[in-house]
Write a protein that binds this ligand. Structure first.
Ligand SMILES: [Zn+2]
Length: 485
C-alpha cells in the first residue's frame, strides 16, 4: 500500500485507504507531539492553520537521502503527513486547503543539535529567549537540542511558553548547564569535583526536565564516565565539546554525540597526555593530514562504534578571516550596540589572540566529515550561534552551503540536517523525513536549493506539527533583538 497509488478522487475506497494509512501512522510514532496551540499571541505568525493541507506541484527532498523528486503533492492531515506522491496520481481530499507551489522545494523541518539560546562571544553575553525561538523556526528548525545552557531555567520557561502557544518556536530539547572538571575556569559551567556530585547534579536536572547534558573539555575520563552512567540511568543523553578526553575514549565511554568534529578531536594532537587538554587543540589540527592512514583508521573506528558526530562547520568559518563574510540580513537582527561590537570584532579577526581557523583547516574539517559519512558514520548538524555574527537559523542554513562545498549531494546534506539529527535524538520514527505517517514538520522554500544552495534561505512557510508559520513575520519580529532579549 502506497499513497501514490490512491485514485485521484474521493471515492469510498480512497477514503478507507486514507483511513487505514492514518491508523498505521497513528500507531508508529514514539514521540507524538500535540498540534501547537494557536492562541492570540501566536496567530499573527501563522499563515496556514487548516485541519487538512495539500502542498501541490513542489520539488521534494524528503530527508531519507532519496533523490530529489519533481512535481510532488504532500497532504497533511492534522499533525501528520497523510500522503506523499506525484501530483498526477496523488488524491487530494476535497476538504484540503490547497497551496499550489510550483517553483518551490519542500524539505523536512531541520533537527538542530547545537541550538544555543544565548548569544556568547560578546562583552554583554545575553539570553535570546525572545529572538532565538523566532529565528530558529523562521529558517526551518522545528526540533532543537540546545547543547548547553547559560540560563537553564530560561530555556525550560521558553519550552513551556512554546508549548503553551505564547510564542512560536521549535520543539526544544534542553541540555541543562555545561558540566566540566574541577579545574574549569568558565563561570558558566558546573565544575564537578566528585562522581557523587556528577550523579546528584545530573539527577537534579533530569528532574527539572532536561533530556541532554553537555560535558566540556577539562574533564577526566573517569568523571565523564560517571556523568554518562548517571545520565543514562535517568534516560538523559550526553553530548560534549571535548578536549581532555579524545573522541575514541568518549565513544568507548558511551557518549551519545560528539560536537564539532575534526577540529576538537584531541587524539590528533601529537604528544597528548591522558586526561589533559592540550593547549594547542583546535589549532594543531591544521597540520594534520586527514588522508593519512592513522586519521582514516580513527574515522573508520568511530563510524564502526556508531558514535554520532555533530557538524558545526558554519560557525568555524566565522573564525576564518580569509573567508568569512557577514550576512547583512542577519546583522539586521542584532541590537545596535551588539552590532557595533560584532562588526568591530570581525574587523580584528585574525589579529593576535582568539581562535583563528585557516581555510585549509576548514577544508580538512569538511574532508573529515565526508570520510566519516562515507565510512558509515552518523553525522548530524547544529548551528552554535556566536558573537562573531553567527545567528540562530541563519547558521543552520549556512551549514547546508558548507556541506555542498564539502562535496555532499543536496540530498545527503539535507539528510544530515534532518533525518540524521532525528536518529541522534532517538526521534526518527516521528520526525526528520517527509514520509507518510511522520509528523508534518516541513519547510517550503522558494527556488531549488539543489541547484543554488543559497535558495535555502528563501523560506516561505515552516510547518510544525501541521501548523504553517510565516517565515518573514518571524524574522521581522526578531529584528534588532539579538543581544537584547
Ligand atoms: Zn556551543
Amino acid at each position: 500500500m502506497h499513497p501514490s497509488s490512491f485514485p485521484k478522487s474521493t471515492t469510498a475506497s480512497a477514503r478507507i485507504l486514507a483511513g487505514l494509512v492514518a491508523i498505521v501512522a497513528a500507531s508508529t510514532p514514539t514521540n507524538a507531539q500535540p498540534r501547537p496551540r494557536v492562541t492570540d499571541e501566536v496567530r499573527p505568525f501563522i499563515a496556514v492553520d487548516a485541519p487538512m493541507v495539500a502542498l501541490t506541484h513542489v520539488r521534494l527532498i524528503d530527508g531519507t537521502g532519496a533523490t530529489m523528486r519533481n512535481d510532488q503533492t504532500i497532504v497533511i492531515d492534522g499533525t501528520r503527513i497523510l500522503a506523499v506522491g506525484p501530483s498526477a496520481t496523488t488524491a487530494i481530499p476535497v476538504q484540503a486547503h490547497v497551496l499550489d507551489r510550483r517553483g518551490f522545494t519542500v524539505v523536512p523541518g531541520f533537527v538542530g543539535l547545537h541550538e544555543h539560546t544565548y548569544f556568547g562571544g560578546v562583552q554583554r553575553l545575553t539570553q535570546m529567549s525572545t529572538s532565538a525561538p523566532l529565528l530558529y523556526l523562521a529558517f526551518g528548525v522545528t526540533t532543537a537540542m540546545t547543547a548547553g545552557s547559560q540560563l537553564p531555567y530560561h530555556e525550560l520557561s521558553m519550552q513551556r511558553a512554546i508549548d503553551a502557544g505564547r510564542t512560536p518556536g521549535p520543539r526544544l530539547l534542553i541540555a541543562g548547564p555545561y558540566l566540566d572538571g574541577p579545574e574549569s575556569r568558565n563561570p558558566m559551567t558546573r565544575a564537578l569535583t566528585s562522581d557523587l556530585e556528577a550523579q546528584r547534579v545530573v539527577g537534579y536536572w533530569a528532574d527539572e526536565g532536561v533530556t541532554w547534558v553537555k560535558v566540556m573539555g577539562n574533564m577526566s575520563r573517569a568523571r565523564m564516565g560517571a556523568v554518562i552512567r548517571a545520565a543514562h540511568a535517568r534516560g538523559v543523553r550526553v553530548t560534549g565539546h571535548l578536549c581532555s578526553v579524545s573522541f575514541a575514549e568518549a565513544a568507548e565511554l558511551g557518549i551519545d554525540a560528539l560536537q564539532h568534529g575534526f577540529i576538537t578531536a584531541s587524539e590528533y594532537v601529537p604528544g597528548k597526555k591522558e586526561d589533559e587538554c592540550p593547549p594547542d587543540n583546535m589549532r594543531v589540527q591544521s597540520n594534520v593530514d586527514v588522508g593519512s592512514e592513522p586519521v582514516q583508521a580513527s574515522i573508520r573506528a568511530l563510524a564502526r562504534r556508531g558514535t554520532p558526530v555533530v557538524s558545526t562547520l558554519g560557525v568555524y568559518e566565522t573564525f576564518a578571516p580569509a573567508r568569512f563574510v557577514m550576512d547583512t540580513a542577519a546583522l539586521a537582527m542584532l541590537a545596535p550596540e551588539t552590532r557595533r561590537e560584532v562588526e568591530e570584532a570581525n574587523a580584528r579577526l585574525g589579529s593576535a589572540g582568539g581562535l583563528t581557523v585557516s581555510p585549509g583547516l576548514l577544508k580538512s574539517m569538511m574532508r573529515w566529515e565526508r570520510d566519516f559519512v562515507a565510512a558509515g558514520g552518523l553525522l548530524g548538524a547544529g548551528c552554535d550561534p556566536w558573537g562573531t555574527g553567527y545567528l540562530p537559523g541563519y547558521g543552520d542554513v549556512r551549514n547546508f552551503e558548507m556541506f555542498r562545498e564539502a562535496g555532499f549531494s543536496a540530498e545527503t546534506a539535507i539528510q544530515i540536517m534532518t533525518y540524521n539529527g532525528a536518529r541522534i535524538l532517538g526521534m526518527e520514527h516521528d520526525v526528520g523525513a517527509v514520509t507518510v505517517g511522520r509528523q508534518a514538520d516541513l519547510v517550503l522554500v522558494r527556488g531549488n536549493p539543489a541547484v543554488s544552495a543559497r535558495d535555502l534561505y528563501q523560506v516561505e512557510l515552516v510547518f510544525r506539527a501541521g501548523v504553517g508559520y510565516d517565515s518573514q513575520k518571524l524574522r521581522a519580529a526578531a529584528r534588532g533583538l539579538v543581544g537584547l532579549r
